[in-house]
Design a protein around this ligand. Sequence first.
Ligand code: UDX
Length: 436
Amino acid sequence: MRLSVIGCGYLGAVHAAAMASIGHEVVGIDVDERKISALSKGEAPFFEPGLQEILTEGIQSGRLTFSTKMADAAGAAVHFIGVGTPQQAGGYAADLTFVNAAVDGLIPYLQPGNIVAGKSTVPVGTAAELAERVVKSGATLVWNPEFLREGWAVQDTIDPDRLVAGVPDGDEGARAADILREVYHTAVAKDTPFIVTDYATAELVKVAANAFLATKISFINAMAEIAEVTGADVTQLADAIGHDARIGRRFLGAGIGFGGGCLPKDIRAFSARAEELGRGESVGFLREVDAINLRRRDRAVQLVVEALGGAVFKKNITVLGAAFKPHSDDIRDSPALDVAVRLHGLGAWVTVTDPAAIENARRLHPQLNYVEDRDEALRGADAVIVVTEWDEYRRQLPPAAAGELVAGKIVVDGRNCLDAAAWRDAGWAYYGMGRP
Ligand code: UDX
């Protein structure tokens, strides 16, 4: 099938390459010339496992092309909208400028019978408004939210947990759903649940899923706060409640909390939209979820300060991690970098290392010291804080060897990812988050 993908950021670039890898002929469109020129040469614009391979393969096969011209989308049967919906400057609501520009820019090239499939995360009600514009060209709008996780984006796109299609009523909607089934033929052949809904439900599925995940993380972090004043261990608590299949252990990792390009902005946009709809109180808890999440960063900084005897001024602190999570070079709203910046603000000499995100981090926070080599970064540290649970720190850093490099054997485990007993046995003062 011929497809276009409008917007070649994180979501769009992965979607375009993944769709080409399952046999479609795909053109990716973006206004950013630098991005399109890199993608056209087969260069992945960000770190994402597996992306480079399918990008190269798609370009070599001739099935995958990129362009800055919207006109090149003409002729595709399905046009995916994968542009960003960032948090509005000075507010919590989502900024829909890019979605509106993409749809309006595409309309002149639409042919009757085409499908426009929105993938961006939008406030509920957006699809119905866009549909009014799209329908004038004889095309059909569907809302097809994306649930990919960074670090697993290629796998999540090709082999998702579920597919959701918000469609209009009647035959038009049924036909649109059938076309989407053809697009995702490999997942459909594996009996992946394919849920057909109305627009509002499809839009809400996405924000509800993210709100639930964020709530789960903040719930366990709230328990960490209680554990801190009672001497309980939140990791054991999470294991114990996680055995209840109704609760489940995943996303009960207490630590410095969630960040990234989705969860923080999506829960804020959801709150803002609920307020607009006169139902702010229904999701009032999301403000608590956000507040708990941000408090964990303060707590991590406080632990370092306490461990160093009350002040970090002119102390050497090595920060292990900068990305908002492992297997990613993404530093958007990264709790890891936020902790590093706050320690620097308190007068510490902060050295940051990360297997993938240093370049991005340096651009955003040039005031910090960056070192590529982990062991080099550890040398002479008065304290170490782990803020992104890369295997390089979690599994592949022997505490005894690390102890030889540092000046002070103090480790703050901002992700509760280290073997506390092993670090203590090697002579370290170990501090976890919500652990005695
Ligand atoms: C998230 C959703 O998982 C995905 O479905 C959606 O499409 C986009 O948003 P992503 O932002 O890639 O994906 O990251 P995710 O793996 O969900 O992690 C988000 C943040 O939560 C990270 O900062 C991570 O470190 C943190 N986290 C996750 C915790 O603090 N504890 C946990 O137990 C799990």
